[in-house]
Write a protein that binds this ligand. Sequence first.
Ligand code: FAD
Length: 405
Amino acid sequence: MNDPKQRIAIVGAGMAGVTARYRLAAAGFHVETFDKGRGPGGRTSRRRTDSGEFDHGAQYFTVRSPEFRALVERWSEEGTVARWNPRIGTLREGAWRDATGESPRYVGVPGMNQPAKNLAVLGDEAGAPPIRLGTRIVEARDERPAGAPRNLWYLRDAADALHGPYGSLILTVPPPQALDLLPGSSAAVPLLRDVKIDPCWAVMALYERPPMERWDAVFLEGGILSWAARNSSKPGRPPGEAWVLHASPRWSRENLELDPREVIRILTAELPAAVADGRSDGAGSARAGSAGARAVGARSVGGVPLATWAAAHRWRYARPRRQGESPRRHGEVARPPFWWNGEERLGLAGDWFCGGRVECAFLSGHALAGGIAAALAGPAADLNAGPAVGPVAGPSTGPATGPTP
Ligand SMILES: Cc1cc2nc3c(=O)[nH]c(=O)nc-3n(C[C@H](O)[C@H](O)[C@H](O)COP(=O)(O)OP(=O)(O)OC[C@H]3O[C@@H](n4cnc5c(N)ncnc54)[C@H](O)[C@@H]3O)c2cc1C
């Protein structure tokens, strides 16, 4: 397609990016998508190692919107999404509460990145060029080529290759990463600067026997760990005791630059300590800061087995942080859940518009693409003709911590 007005670039092939790509390709646009990762999915990644498989980012997703539900039902029939029915406990102030609940929790099969992969295939089938994986974009430039009536977008990647021109640009990378790409004069800059994204240290660990019998997954409140889940309890995963541990946003923030080996030592020692804390038999004495020391050379702490293998992953930008006095309620979606500037022909989409969930990212990409497609469908269709889709949306201040969608 030669008309640059109809050429759109998307940076980021997480849930928001692959959704926007699919919808814009289906509406007839030429959409080129770039991602630095090895596959689509972003924070829904799955890690395969010689020792086991782990969903080390998003743990599961919930479904509230009709748009997402329609796809999830289709994927459930195909077998690429399934309900996960874990026994979930919450540990608060030393006492366990059953948090299993009734609301369905879903996972991709065989990994959490499967919905993004499915959307990538839908985009391919709609005619989008293949996603350019392993391509880190380092600069987005807005320039007027000689003789052109208006500015167009160019992207430069880490290998110094230039891509473009594009009539419009969509960034679906986390806000701090979007800031690194854009010119300082962009109208998006003040908005992006306002958004805080918390990190999350994740540890993938193998056990010879379950570190806890009663639960498949636990929310741990007020401590170093915020979540632990038996990956192998999810449908379509190999059997065994493969567990994912997530540190709390606060601990992750305070220990962002810690050596991963130290992170592994602390988090794997913390699980038995936290579990022991919640025992009614008073075995909580395993905590008291000595759990790490006790773990050395031992096979268990307070009867809770220790990991036989572990690896760490740092999510530098994991979940949007709660802001302000009256945060949006869990699951509430900003209207519209994206940002678009018709003058710059620049769009932003991502989970941070509505609380940091897989479904939010989908809804954000979906809504932005729908808005752009509608704006260009009219007789005077021109993305440069002014704000195309509704008012500029501010970011939501949705729930920031823990893996619960
Ligand atoms: C530890 C953790 C636990 C979570 N738990 C849950 C959960 O249980 N349930 C739930 O619903 N949600 C959960 N989430 C949140 C969920 O994963 C996100 O809301 C969602 O995946 C975000 O999708 P996105 O498309 O907005 O962004 P991302 O998935 O971050 O996609 C952005 C993409 O941009 C790419 N990128 C970044 N910079 C560049 C660049 N310069 N050039 C090229 N590509 C670039 C990245 O590689 C990435 O693929 C969790 C997240 C984390 C990290």
